[in-house]
Design a binder for this molecule. Sequence first.
Ligand code: BGC
Length: 506
Amino acid sequence: MGKVVLGVTVGVAVAACAVAALVVGRRVRSRKKWKRVVGVLKELEESCETTVGRLRQVVDAMAVEMHAGLASEGGSKLKMLLTFVDNLPSGSEKGIFYALDLGGTNFRVLRVELGGQRSDLDPDVEQQPIPEQLMTGRSEDLFDFIASSLHRFVEKGNDSVQSSIVKELGFTFSFPVKQTSVSSGVLIKWTKAFAIKDMVGKEVAGALQQALARKGLNMRVAVLVNDTVGTLALGHYHDADTVAAVIIGTGTNACYWERTDAIIKCQGLLTTSGGMVVNMEWGSFWSSHLPRTSYDIDLDAESPNPNDQGFEKMISGMYLGDIVRRVILRMSEESDIFGPVSSRLYVPFALRTTAMAAMHEDDSPELMEVARILQDVLDIPDVPLKARKLVVKICDVVTRRAARLAAAGIVGILKKIGRDGSGGITGGRSRNDIKMRRTAVAVEGSLYTQYTMFREYLHEALHEILGEDIARHVVINVTEDGSGTGAALLAASHSSSGSVDNIQLV
Ligand code: BGC
């Protein structure tokens, strides 16, 4: 009897030990996996580091590259394109003007009535998404689609489509264009999700003008402008201290007002104003000071334009969500904190930046929005709260880096034109000797206007880089629908009735 009791007791003890060992083993394994995931996060944080010192290096590099791009054609990755816009709207423009805005995810048609007095503009705007197949098909199909939308829009309004009076149109085309005049230019390359091969090297306004003729629209493309230039025009219309404009949306770019004598690559460029807007195409800016991660390298290598648009790929809305997807994928492969690896994690661009921003800004205590997006978008169900918090942190690291780099880009422009309080690129003068003038920068794009965390990080970095004393002279103005409305304003100031061609290339 005693032996039996002893046997049972030993058996129970052994079983208890085994269970305990199993539990401890599992805990140790799970702790190890968690440690690995935390390691991935730590590595991400370190490689995305944007200390103010590093940001200042980016500022300097931007200013130096701007000089190089102005000095010679191909002198820098920054194209520093001439726009032939040598005067910004004054406020005295009058009449009815149309604009087409093509370049992001959506396409806009606008009609603006200008009363001749700087006033609040209230344009009629119609917006629609661009069908994906048109972004990669034939150019004729894309331009016919645009012309049809414009035709419907004009018909809906009070203006007659076939009126004998030519309607003036501003065309915002948000891709790198080598302009030959304010109303003409050839496409250098596509960016973002566009890739219509037959269009590269072709005259852009000409292609639109032909499509308008095919639809029987009596309209003239008065100006062909980049979205940054439209934004600068509207920014300047409302605030005469505006010297630069920045877009941070699907893509990113900036333009600014430059003295013609600083545009060395175009010797003999004469404008009556003595200046011209330069489209920087800063999306292709590159510097060894940019904090680059393995995820950026993979994203770039797998993109249709490797080794190009490096700055854009770290900053703009087209890419941020995809960087986050890549980090979650790596964590998921290295541990099971997200359960079995979801096949959706392998799909490029499966996580859009809007969804990423929604996760980042989820302020519910249980992070229910994060759980919903992981489940609905990435097919990852039942993610524990601890792992959801990790996802929010990834979004934070990626967005913070993007916003801070954009801020450094802006200060780079201010430095180039001597408005950063440092005495310009050659320095020399002490900060105390410099009288800072009020300086406004117009900003547009969904990342800036709709993503609060992004906007706050950008402002914070501007203050850090410039210092409070200088930063209080720098104003950031949001220009709603600036890219389109600004193009209509420029169409007005360059309309056939009122404009004189002031630009000479001698
Ligand atoms: C284009 C620029 C444009 C920017 C913002 C970039 O991808 O190259 O021309 O201004 O996107 O739309």
